[in-house]
Structure formats: structure tokens, C-alpha cells
Design a protein around this ligand. Structure first.
Ligand code: ADP
Ligand code: MG
Length: 247
């Protein structure tokens, strides 16, 4: 492994649900500004892994360290505050609010002058809104209600809402599912740009998409790591072909 800083260190991580080990003695190390893609068959434990890292699910054993802080007993909101953002498969945006308002309400409250009592549309918030809106291709749609957006644009908006909090680690579960070809292209560009100054973990099935964005790929199978490395490396691994790529 290179000398780059490890932002996320997962060691011997396990979780069992009624004796069934969905994640089984897993090790995973993600570097600063790395874009890691996690692939694997349905039921491999990919979503559960993100649940463990963000705090939605408690580990049965093992350790999760984020910038050398032990996370395993830290509540979910505290992990968000420390810089971990998580996007779920279905977008959770406020359909009735405008794009601008969706981004605005996602700005961390502690940073505004009046805290959570009053929301002041101050210069710092608006500057960040504009920056993020441009990044997610929605700068022309700021005043439109979110419900008017396409499925892909809604996904981008949710990514934008997470970016408002400027997370150091951003995790996305199947972000391009249901997107058009051109939306996939733009999402690949978006994720590449996002990872220039943060670490990103993406779960994805679309191999063309994975090839375009991944710095490294981790293949999960039955809660364990089956292979890891460059796309070319994992694609050539006979075990990966057998359990995942072969069909
Ligand atoms: P993937 O995202 O790779 O498709 P998941 O992480 O969603 O897989 O699920 C891994 C396995 O763990 C599956 O067999 C799933 O049924 C099981 N599982 C996930 N969450 C729970 C839970 N809360 N309770 C019981 N079983 C679960
Ligand atoms: Mg899943």
C-alpha cells in the first residue's frame, strides 16, 4: 500500500443477524481522495457494510476507524458530524421545496448565525449553494420545485445535499440505478470531481461505470473480501468471474 493517508480503516469487521454473518471478518482500507467501488453479487453484504460504517447497524465484532477515531460505538448523528455522508438507494429529498431550499436546509446549522432558531440566507450559505448546484448540474434549476426534476437529477440533488456538509468520506449505494446513459456519463464526471478532495465509496453494478470511476475495486462475496485491486486486476481474477462477472 502507498504512503497516502488512510482515512477509513475497517479491521476484522463482522455483523451477524440471528447467527447469519452478513459481513464476516472484513478488512478494508480507504485512502484520502480515493474513489473505491465495492461490487459483488446480491446479498454479498455491500449495503450492510455501508450501514456499519455510517452507524445504522452496530457491528458484532471488529473495528471501524475514521481518521484514527474509533466509530463502532459512536451514534449515527455523531458520525455525520465528524464528516461521514451516506446516500441511500432511494433519494430522500424534499419534493415540495425548491432545489435551492433543499440545498440550503442541508447546510450544517451550527455554522449559521442564528443556529437552528432562524435560518438566515447569508452569503456563506448562498456561496456554497451556488458552488454545489453547479457541480451537480442544477444551477439553472435552483428555483424549481424538486418534484419537477428527472429521476437522475433527484439523485444528483441528494448528492448535492450531502456535499453541503462537506463530508470527508461520502458513501453512495447504487447511485446510477435507473439513470439514462447521458446521466450516467455526467454522474461519472461528478463523482470523479467530488473525489478530488474527499474519499468516496460507491456500490455499483454497472461495470462500464465502475471501470470509468474506480481507483480501486473491492469485490465482496458472502460478507468477505474476495478480491481487491485495479479494475483490470479484479476482472481477470477467476474467482471473481465465477461468482460475479461470469453471468
Ligand atoms: P447487498 O447490498 O450486497 O445486496 P445486503 O448487505 O443488503 O447485500 O445483505 C446481505 C445479507 O444480509 C442478505 O442476505 C440480507 O438478507 C441480510 N441482511 C441485511 N440486513 C439484515 C437485517 N437487518 N436483518 C437480517 N438480515 C439482514
Ligand atoms: Mg445493496
Amino acid at each position: 500500500m502507498s504512503s497516502a493517508r488512510i482515512v477509513l480503516a475497517v479491521d476484522n469487521l463482522s455483523v451477524s443477524f440471528d447467527g447469519f454473518k452478513a459481513v464476516n471478518d472484513l478488512n478494508l482500507y480507504v485512502e484520502q481522495n480515493e474513489l473505491r467501488v465495492v461490487i459483488g453479487p446480491n446479498g454479498a453484504g455491500k449495503t450492510t457494510l455501508l450501514d456499519l460504517i455510517c452507524g445504522r447497524t452496530r457491528a458484532t465484532a471488529g473495528s471501524i476507524k475514521f481518521k484514527d477515531m474509533e466509530l463502532t460505538r459512536m451514534p449515527e448523528y455523531e458520525r455525520v458530524r465528524r464528516g461521514i455522508g451516506r446516500k441511500f438507494q432511494t433519494p430522500s429529498i424534499y419534493e415540495n421545496l425548491t432545489v435551492l431550499e433543499n440545498l440550503e436546509v442541508s447546510y450544517p446549522r451550527g455554522r449559521t448565525v442564528f443556529g437552528s432558531l432562524f435560518f438566515r440566507r447569508d452569503a456563506a450559505v448562498m456561496e456554497r449553494v451556488k458552488e454545489v448546484a453547479e457541480l451537480i448540474y442544477l444551477d439553472e434549476r435552483l428555483d424549481d420545485a424538486a418534484e419537477l426534476l428527472s429521476h437522475g437529477q433527484k439523485q444528483w440533488l441528494e448528492i448535492g445535499m450531502l456535499l453541503m456538509q462537506d463530508p470527508e468520506l461520502l458513501m453512495l449505494d447504487e447511485p446510477v440505478a435507473g439513470m439514462s446513459v447521458s446521466e450516467r456519463e455526467k454522474t461519472a464526471e461528478l463523482l470523479t470531481r467530488i473525489s478530488s478532495n474527499r474519499s468516496v465509496i460507491v456500490i455499483e453494478h454497472d461495470m462500464e461505470f465502475v471501470k470509468r470511476i474506480a481507483h480501486r475495486v473491492t469485490v465482496l462475496h458472502q460478507g468477505k473480501m474476495l478480491a481487491e485491486g485495479s479494475m483490470d486486476h479484479v476482472q481477470a481474477d477467476p474467482r471473481v468471474i465465477e461468482v460475479y462477472l461470469g453471468h
